[in-house]
Design a protein. Structure first.
Length: 114
């Protein structure tokens, strides 16, 4: 399994970014895809997740601002981030949970600052 995240950068408060994660494919019914983030001095936390069989799941702090989606034809996971806040500053990681295994991509850094 290979995961390659991209799309991070510096953005002003209120701005938007779209993160992408190129993946090596998906197995219907057993995969859950997610985005996590880790801010300096804090633990890694789940931002959003999506599986084939259910609705997307979001952390309370990003609900109504972030949207997770997956393009199965392109084997790509996305995270659309709108109305960004300084508290969203972190390294963002894409993740695949397949049965009991977790796979991680390298992080992409998001900085929200004026």
């Amino acid at each position: 399994v290979q995961l390659q995240a991209s799309g991070g950068g510096l953005v002003q408060p209120g701005g938007s970014l779209r993160l992408s994660c190129a993946t090596s494919g998906s197995i219907f019914g057993i995969d859950t895809w997610g985005w996590y983030r880790q801010a300096p001095g804090k633990q890694r936390e789940l931002v959003a997740s999506i599986a084939d069989w259910g609705a997307p799941n979001y952390a309370d702090s990003v609900k109504a601002r972030f949207t997770i989606s997956r393009d199965n034809a392109r084997n790509t996971l996305y995270l659309q981030m709108n109305s960004l806040k300084p508290d969203d500053t972190a390294v963002y990681y894409c993740n695949l949970k397949r049965l009991s295994n977790h796979y991680w991509g390298q992080g992409t850094e998001v900085t929200v600052s004026s």
